[in-house]
Design a protein around this ligand. Sequence first.
Ligand SMILES: [Ca+2]
Ligand SMILES: [Ca+2]
Ligand SMILES: [Ca+2]
Ligand SMILES: [Ca+2]
Length: 469
Amino acid sequence: MSKTVLSYPIPFIDRVTITPNWAKWLGGMGHIQPLVEAGLRGDWGTWDYAEHGPLPWMEFFYDWRFADLTGDGQIDMMLTNGSVRQIAYRQDGSVLWRYEDPTASFVDVRMDSNFPILDIDGDGVPEFIGPRRVNGALHLCVINARTGELRRSIPFPDRAGMPEKPLGGHLRCSVTAINATGQATPRDLLLFWDYRSLTLLDNQLNIRWNRQLGDMPQRQHRVFGHTPHAADIDGDGCDEILASSCLLDKGGRVLWVAPDHPALVQDGHADSVQIVRLREEGRPNMVMSTGAYCFSAEGELLWGRDELKHGQAQRVGKLRADLPGKQVVLYEGISRVIAGEPDRVLALTNEGELLWDLIVTQPNMQEGGHGFWLGDWDGDGLDEVFVNDPDKVLILNGHGQVVDTIPGHLVYVFDLVGDARVEAVIVDDIKPGFSLKVVTNDQPNPNPLTNRPIARRATTEAMYNCTRY
Ligand SMILES: [Ca+2]
Ligand SMILES: [Ca+2]
Ligand SMILES: [Ca+2]
Ligand SMILES: [Ca+2]
């Protein structure tokens, strides 16, 4: 059983610029005929909720960041809508500051792009690293996350070369805070355009390097996917960067590119990747959602499942006390590539053995893999699996059994309030008047290791680098 502990009313986005390619793509899904016709003529259109009604994938228009904005040891929340709108809420739901730019557009940068909030310069005040228009041009900005004040900005890196009439997805960007310089805390910023380019910046927004997709060693599969993951793979104190199937060092040199394993060739790319320790000893592994492939730190394929069609997301956690190390959980979003085929959640041991395999139904509201997380819901020290069903969130134990459900639609899972059990971040819908809610387990927690309320919290990497992609 669950109860809502925090609730934030979210202003509904009701008008969005639609590129011709996106309008055509909507046509393929059987939606919004006037926009589709505009797209076929090559015209830009405007989706207007009052006129056109709901649009598929409206979750594209929002993202949310959790961070201690005020410095009181409680985790606050920011609604980030690209360059269009940024609203910072105190934990109690009152507005701390609000920024809106009526001249900004969906096609500046997609409104669900990921931008971190953390203290990037060590002065004790968190920064929001995000997009705004400055003198009419899109800039990457360092913004005081406590006040909304602009501290520093540069023209948005690598924006100029974006396709003139992009498909919606190609406007999505992410900024990840990483440690490329061996600092005590991350001070560097990795900016990524889906499927296109990587740029590393320091905390003063000086560009250190930029790498283009075309520079990568050629493979049959496309070498880029969604948000990259950075962690120290060789133990020198500086992060390496795993961007889809490419591993780069802190200087932007390509260390490795995954060979053309069958699932990579079939699916064409790797959407979700992670540098992560599956065993207690030794170096971390590289895990990717495509083919559930697991590589050693040196790039040797250790295991995988060539038959998978579209690994949308992978997560790693401790699901089972009776198994060594950590387990890998995969969202196989096969319905995205083969209409009518059922999506699945697969749990694997750290040797790649299948533990269980569960059919799930992708909600209409959101691409299924995106609301898919692990976390300790019941306080027993083991992770549960959270995954969206069409009208609720399923919580599965380490044996793949449903142990609880939550109403609404899952966005993120973090430990935000109360004791050390995680909370689920959900939206109750996406329509005028909808809310983002933090939902907690209302059952007693008998485990003394996790049941003490945490008085003071800090923004964690899970919060500032979270991504649905
Ligand atoms: Ca700061
Ligand atoms: Ca390293
Ligand atoms: Ca648990
Ligand atoms: Ca908690």
